[in-house]
Design a protein around this ligand. Sequence first.
Ligand code: PMP
Length: 451
Amino acid sequence: TTKENNEKEELLDKDRAHLWHHMSPHNDHPHVFVEGKSSWIKDIDGNNYLDGMSGLWCVNIGHGREEVARVAAAQMSKLAFAPLSQSHVPAIELSAMLNEWLQGDYKIFFSNSGSDANEVAFKIARQYFAQTGKGTKYKFISRYRAYHGNSMGAMGATGQAERKVKYEPGGEGFKHAPPPYCYRCPFGQEKGHCKMECAQAIDEMIEWEGEETVAGVILEPVITGGGVIVPPPEYLKEIREICDRRNVLLIVDEVICGFGRSGEKFGHQNFGVEPDIVSMAKGMTSAYAPLSATAVSSHIYEPFKEKGKTNHFRHVNTFGGNPVSCAIALKNLEILEREQLIKQAKDKGKYVTERLAGLTELSLVGDVRTFGLIAGIELVEDKKTKVPASPEKVANVLAMCKKQNILIGKNGDTVPHHNNVITVAPPFVTTKEELDLIVETLYVSIKNANK
Ligand code: PMP
């Protein structure tokens, strides 16, 4: 009706007047979403879209879960806040549950975002070495193409070009090593026929920087936002061995890979390594509330235990680990277990991998990489030269999928290429038929984008 149209126009005007959008501040055509159910989200015009990216790789149990809303309301009525310098029941229960999921002995520090969780990891690592008298170990090694967050330290760890160059200087002491990018090996090697020079490079970097100055290596099990870069199977074990030998902490960023996205509870469990510190966020609540955590191995926690000013970890986060977010996380974990959604993510990931193999026959598809229920399709102009597909072609694929009511993503890095990796990471509840629809729509869109 005209009234509805006018109301909608008013809303869009308000958006343009007041809202600073993430990533694209000047968004003249904001797409306004109003509700979601399972793998679908509906916009203000009533169009339903298949949410092929789970929002931002986070709505893993799917949208519109009434039981989560009920738990949130009940906890809010009972106790909305208590500081974590004291304690409350949902945080206690959740920390115990996280240790079960991690299959380890960790102390859990709660914050609000993935960036927060990584900042906590860096501060704890530095303080750990400062108070155990093991030199001035303050540097962190990350990899190019990795994304670890938006705050100065987490941005410092981020190896992506665009996110770094405009805001430097960020945190001090962040160094970047080449990623384990087998499709475009930084060392000119061929996949499966190498000495894992990418892992050795980290060892050498520690040597060059001086082992006595390096506190940690931070990595995602698989680089997600940087273009779904899956390392050789033994890479993480190799990095673990290097860290042990050099007395450097291994910090694993599970912000995207955690909570079932990888087909296991945590991404690193696919590679048989035990991190010293694990950061997690997104999937912990399936995005029903902001919440993150830094899990710190008990051997790192040990020197923080004794009472005394120097041992005090000087870090407060008002909303971090609030009762409502923790109650939501507990419900989310319960749903993941009850509905066996992690096994589903694994099985559906395998299915998508098989189906996507068909895409490699398209001239625009250079490489297809998957990890659990994450897929990355790298688009190139030429399979031999691997020249990245033009930004227009990548944008075309996204637009054509959107026209068919399927939301997918593009990722990678702006240097030396651009974001030429199409990404798919749907909710774990996405049905086989819906997955088929995504794959088939992708196939047709990629095929037509090259015309
Ligand atoms: N680490 C990784 C791997 C991420 O993908 C992100 C966010 N995309 C972050 C950290 C930062 O999380 P947040 O946006 O919650 O600060």
